[in-house]
Design a protein around this ligand. Structure first.
Ligand code: ZN
Length: 398
């Protein structure tokens, strides 16, 4: 019930220095230089000594195919669902579930059920309504109603644009959906965000820019992702962010190879550029595209088979920011903590602050490897290994 995290260097994500953090049940109650409480033997106080460790907010992964994705090479290429421990061991304490290309073999009812399952197992979950295609197949009578009536729905996505797999929506069709999402968000106090998957097409962000130019809808309504998938789109993304837009980068488990083979912009380099360009430190995020499928290659570029993305690329990207690009941790970590929390309007998430949810990651000071993960006040990972598993996970397999 009571936990005191002692002597960690706290990044809230701003660097606060060495602090004690008091957790009661699922909330952060106090952050101070030295916290002393007397239980008088009435309740237990768990003390966690964190000398040599860094405490950061639990990670928010805002774009994960929690129900599985893929399926683009046929049914056998459908990827498996996310498990609790695959997320928590990567430091993820809040996840936003998305469908993908396939909104038929997997649908919103199933996505919502999966999100509820992960929430029951201990982390915080949300979903985006829809999949790649417009019109959105809503769960209730219409999109505004979906956002207002279903707590977990905080926006729509991932809507595919500039991609051969997109439903190729017209301006009118797109803008009508965007408008409904915005109004649904306003009426329910949610972000009503439009998460847009961008493909390799040369139109890049054109349709979004057209909506911003021709209507009253603000640029901040959009959260385009995969901005670092190629150099051309990345440059368009930089222009978009300079106008006040928010851009989301997608992590990769083998970024150097993908940079070499496909010209993908490595996340650490992308974040460095964002900061150099004077773009707002609030306007960039990083997500994993976890459980999505991707082709794997050896060092010579030979196809090795199909793989599945995981959230572990988040922290790996942050490490590259710090160790390869010399970006201060407090700036880089914004991409997976306070920035997505603000952009997605996730209350009490993304910061180490009084009355915020006790979602925390403890990292090794030197390596930034995960040591402990706490979700809603409960220890999920200890010494880098998951201690809590999903109902059908076998501990021995992890
Ligand atoms: Zn996508």
């Amino acid at each position: 019930m009571f936990k005191i995290i002692r002597n960690a260097t706290v990044y809230n994500p701003d660097k606060l220095g060495k602090k004690d953090v008091l957790i009661v049940n699922d909330k952060i109650i106090a952050i101070d230089d030295k916290i002393e409480i007397s239980s008088n033997g009435i309740f237990d106080v768990e003390e966690i000594n964190c000398k040599g460790k860094i405490l950061v907010p639990g990670f928010i992964d805002g774009h994960v195919h929690i129900l599985g994705g893929g399926g683009e090479g046929g049914f056998s290429n459908r990827t498996p669902e996310a498990t609790l421990s695959i997320l928590t061991k990567a430091g993820v304490t809040t996840v936003v579930g998305v469908l993908g290309t396939d909104g038929v073999g997997r649908d919103m009812n199933a996505l919502l059920s999966k999100a509820r399952a992960l929430e029951e197992e201990g982390i915080t979950t949300f979903v985006f309504d829809g999949n790649y295609r417009l019109p959105i197949k809503t769960l209730t009578e219409n999109l505004i109603n979906d956002i207002m009536a279903i707590d977990k729905i905080i926006g729509i996505g991932e809507i595919a644009l500039s991609d051969h797999r997109s439903s190729q929506p017209s301006f009118d069709e797109f803008v009508k959906t965007v408008a409904d999402t915005r109004v649904g968000g306003i009426l329910s106090g949610k972000a009503g965000i439009i998460n847009v998957h961008l493909g390799d097409g040369k139109r890049c962000l054109d349709l979004i820019n057209e909506v911003v130019e021709k209507t009253e809808i603000p640029i901040s309504q959009f959260w385009p992702t995969h901005i670092n998938r190629n150099a051309y789109l990345f440059e368009e993304g930089i222009k978009f962010a300079k106008k006040g837009g928010i851009i989301d980068f997608t992590g990769n488990s083998d970024p150097d190879l993908w940079e070499k083979l496909y010209g993908e912009v490595k996340v650490s380099k992308a974040i460095k550029r964002v900061l150099e360009e004077g773009i707002s430190e609030d306007n960039f995020t990083l997500t994993s595209d976890g459980q999505g499928s991707f082709p794997m290659f050896d060092d010579k570029g030979n196809y090795k088979g199909i793989g599945i993305g995981t959230s572990s690329c988040l922290l790996e990207s942050i490490k590259a920011c710090v160790f390869e690009e010399n970006i201060p941790l407090e700036k880089a970590i914004r991409a997976i903590t306070v920035n997505p929390a603000n952009i997605l309007k996730l209350k009490n998430k993304g910061k180490i602050e009084k009355n915020y949810d006790a979602d925390l990651c403890l990292l090794d000071e030197k390596t930034l490897d995960i040591d402990m993960v706490i979700a809603k006040g409960k220890i999920m990972v200890k010494n880098g290994n998951p201690t809590v598993f999903g109902v059908f996970e076998k501990a021995s397999k992890n």
